[in-house]
Design a protein around this ligand. Structure first.
Ligand SMILES: Nc1nc2c(c(=O)[nH]1)N[C@@H](CNc1ccc(C(=O)N[C@@H](CCC(=O)N[C@@H](CCC(=O)N[C@@H](CCC(=O)O)C(=O)O)C(=O)O)C(=O)O)cc1)CN2
Ligand code: MET
Ligand SMILES: [Zn+2]
Length: 757
């Protein structure tokens, strides 16, 4: 029998039980015991469903209350200094959980750990903060207790940990670390802790342990081959330990890294054989893995398309002779896909029959294992149900003809766009778009969806909300207003619901960070806009005030990044179709009298390829599609854009090339690093480096915001500087948002006064 496994499984529960349990615990509506009980049940459900599906080796420790990188930091006592006392003092479950969630979410006085994207996915992890003073130690027992829980249920499992190299390379030096010191300097100390843990896991009976090293798919990871060799040389040579699976994913790792791993004592190597042909080629280049096990990641863990079974079988066939043993697997954890397609009975069958969510992917893995061991005959019928080519109805020739005709005509007629002076005050204040999605707003949408209220009533409620948000902003004294986005369930899904070529799900939730989830839409065919999407809402908001209201749209890159996208044409072609729809929307907004239009490219940095060699091509289509969307406007119309996530250093050129007048960016959790990046590279447009972190419930003081503004002004001219939070306010409550924005406006006023403006 060909063995099977998966690298990980969604942990939120089919009905988002984990989200509800956490939020209820945070609100004080339930206690630690309730939360732990939900968690134990969710873990059990995953293990049992994998077992019942016929998966051979089942992973454990893939569960997390908030984030698995945070869990790994806590496991090894790598807690930021400001949380240390509470962490060390925790002596019962309540205080332990309080210390854990404080790191993730912050407290009244303490800012949370920085959050950033997990490689090129929409999942966020918490960034460990390390310094030479940090002493790793085996401080927790989560992998042990989860292993034991599963064993008690009769399910032997393979505990999963973030590998030492990936963990250290994703960490950042704490503020007090000396210049030039790298977290990787802690490798030896940390390896000692992994060793101790492996020893203990072996003692409780674990047969194998999975160490995830996706960093090897990036250029940074590939540059650390000596560290790789050292780490796995050492762990591999350990006497008492379970078998080691070093799992790599999000791309091929290069023949050199593979050669290094092959030379160590680890028994199993996991390779991503789904993201391209390189994986198999590299395996051949190193002449196979000898007697090691190849965990062959053939079923793509990141998209929702059904696997091409004959193709997968042929890939598996080609690697069978290249390892001592081959285990069929997904390319990565299934964390990034929704749980069950069966929860989507309402979806268009023509689309639905082409899809596989986590549960269906598990079945694909099992089927491949069977077909491989018993010959294709055994599973012939199921194997034939391969995807086939897309039906003609997914194509829209009008869109294709229009794009063809437009060609490369995407230059803006810009004059004076870059001088802010005269149009808005210096240090103009604004927000990123969304205001709190209150329980009332969400309930109205749920009622509307369920037919409990009609279109008229829903529209009335949303307009009332817009009235409130406009009034509040006038009262606070913001310069450029927004309508608050109350009518949007999500900034991507909302548009996908109105575009042809896109399907949306009712229950296809995927974790984004902590308890926050999204339902990524599915872009399956040519995209077009049957009618205006936002014009009524925005023009309504503008009719309620004399101040300018910004229209809000989601840009092409972000529409793709946060969706599951067809894989039968280059992403750039798909982006152009989305851009064309946005171009029409922008023209309609302009016709409606809207003078500021923001096109969010929140995910521009996130989608940057992990390998340098693919970046220029990506940035070219990313910039081109943004300009296709925005270049139709008059010179007097202001184009804004917004990007989440810092570390813009390497894409400053592309940001400049977007040709947006004003760019607002996340900077609060990463302490204005980016302002330095931008000014060092000669960035001259207007920019709004977020002055406070919207991911935390903390209200920033006037003085704190003033300090941020002064620090930004060391690198930017007053004309260039806009003042705004670092992202949308949808996840916050009014109790925090109102004082925070009042402080923001006051801080801008004081700094303007200081400048005599
Ligand atoms: N797609 C996407 N990716 C993103 C972001 C983003 O905004 N969108 N932002 C960045 C950070 N990530 C985020 C991800 C999710 C959320 C978020 O707020 N998610 C909401 C759900 C948003 C949503 O879809 N809301 C729907 C459904 C809400 C819902 O759960 N309704 C209840 C019923 C509610 C009631 O009766 O009161 C239900 O269905 O059970 C709506 O408002 O219509 C959540 O998890 O709570 C925020 C940021 C990066 N990536
Ligand atoms: C995740 S980026 C968010 C941008 C969007 N306009 C908002 O304010 O919510
Ligand atoms: Zn944002």
């Amino acid at each position: 029998m060909i063995p099977t496994t998966v690298h990980g499984y969604p942990r939120i529960g089919g009905d988002r039980e984990l989200k509800r349990a956490c939020e209820s615990y945070w609100d004080g509506r339930s206690g630690a015991a309730d939360l732990d009980a939900v968690a134990a049940r969710l873990r059990r459900e995953v293990w049992e469903s994998l077992r019942d599906a016929g998966i051979g080796t089942i992973p454990s420790n893939t569960f997390s209350y908030y984030d698995h990188v945070l869990d790994n930091a806590v496991l090894f006592g790598l807690v930021p200094e400001r949380f240390r006392a509470a962490f060390e003092a925790a002596d019962d479950r309540e205080s332990e959980l309080a210390a854990y969630f404080a790191m993730a979410r912050g407290t009244g006085d303490l800012p949370p750990m920085e959050m950033t994207k997990w490689f090129d996915t929409n999942y966020h992890y918490l960034v460990p903060e390390l310094s030479p003073a940090t002493r790793p130690r085996l401080a927790g027992g989560k992998p042990l207790s989860e292993y034991t829980q599963a064993k008690g249920l009769g399910v032997p499992t393979r505990p999963v940990l973030v590998g030492p190299l990936t963990f250290l390379m994703l960490a950042k030096p704490a503020a007090d670390a000396p210049e030039g010191w790298r977290p990787l300097n802690l490798l030896d100390d940390l390896l000692a802790c992994y060793s101790e843990l492996l020893d203990r896991l072996s003692a409780v009976g674990a047969r194998s342990v999975q160490l995830d090293e996706p960093i090897l798919a990036s250029d940074e990871g590939r540059a650390e081959l000596p560290a790789l060799e050292h780490a796995y040389g050492r762990l591999g040579a350990q006497a008492r330990r379970p078998e080691l699976l070093v799992s790599t994913y999000f791309g091929a790792i290069g023949a050199q890294a593979l050669e290094v791993l092959k030379g160590t004592g680890v028994e199993q190597i996991g390779l991503d054989l789904a993201s391209g042909p390189e994986g198999v080629a590299e395996l051949a280049r190193v002449s196979g893995l000898g007697d090691k096990t190849l965990v062959a990641g053939v079923v793509d863990g990141r998209n929702v398309w059904r696997a091409d079974m004959p193709g997968k079988l042929s890939t598996l066939g080609s690697v069978l002779g290249l390892a001592g043993r081959v285990e069929v697997s997904t390319s990565c954890s299934l964390l990034h896909v929704p749980i069950d397609l069966d929860a989507e009975p309402g979806m268009d069958p023509a689309v639905r029959e082409r899809l596989a969510f986590a549960k269906q992917k598990v079945d694909e893995v099992v089927l491949l294992g069977r077909a491989l061991s018993e010959g294709d005959g055994a599973a012939a019928a199921e194997l034939k149900a391969a995807r086939g080519s897309a039906p003609a109805s997914f194509t829209n020739s009008r869109v294709r003809a229009r794009l063809e005709a437009l060609g490369g005509a995407t230059t803006r007629v810009g004059d004076g766009r870059r001088t802010v002076a005269g149009k808005e005050p210096v240090l103009a204040t604004t927000t990123i778009g969304s205001f709190p999605q209150t329980p009332e707003v969400r309930r109205a949408r749920a009622d509307h969806r369920a037919g409990r209220i009609g279109d008229g009533e829903y529209e009335r409620l949303m307009r009332a909300e817009i009235d409130r948000v406009i009034k509040l902003q006038e009262d606070i004294g913001l310069d450029v207003l927004v309508h608050g986005e109350p009518e949007r369930n999500d900034m991507v899904q909302y548009f996908a619901e109105q575009l042809d070529g896109y399907a949306t799900t009712a229950n296809g939730w995927v974790q984004s960070y902590g308890s926050r989830c999204v339902r990524p839409p599915i872009l399956y065919g040519d995209v077009s806009r049957p009618e205006p999407m936002t014009v009524d809402w925005i023009t309504y908001a503008q009719s309620r005030t004399d101040r300018p209201v910004k229209g809000m749209l989601t840009g092409p890159v972000t529409m793709l990044a946060w969706s599951f996208v067809r894989d039968d044409q280059p992403l750039g072609d798909t982006a152009r179709q989305v851009a064309l729809a946005l171009r029409d929307e922008i023209a309609d907004l302009e016709k409606g009298g809207i003078r500021h239009i923001q096109v969010d490219e929140a995910a521009l940095r996130e989608l940057l390829p992990l390998r340098e060699e693919s970046r220029a091509d990506y940035l070219a289509w990313a910039v081109e599609s943004f300009r296709l969307a925005t270049s139709g406007v008059a010179a007097s119309t202001r184009i804004h854009t917004h990007m989440c996530y810092s570390e813009f250093g390497r894409i400053v050129g592309a940001i400049e090339a977007l040709d947006a007048d004003v760019t607002s960016v996340e900077a609060a959790r990463s302490h204005m690093e980016l302002v330095g990046d931008l000014s060092a590279k000669g960035y001259r447009r207007a920019i709004g480096p977020g002055v406070y972190d919207i991911h935390s419930p903390r209200v920033p003081s006037v003085e704190e915001i003033e300090a941020s503004l002064r620090s930004a002004l060391r690198a930017l001219s007053p004309e260039q500087l806009w003042v705004n939070p670092d992202c949308g306010l949808k996840t916050r409550g009014y109790a925090e948002v109102e004082p925070a924005l009042r402080n923001l406006v006051e801080a801008a006023r004081r700094v303007r006064a200081e400048l005599g403006r």
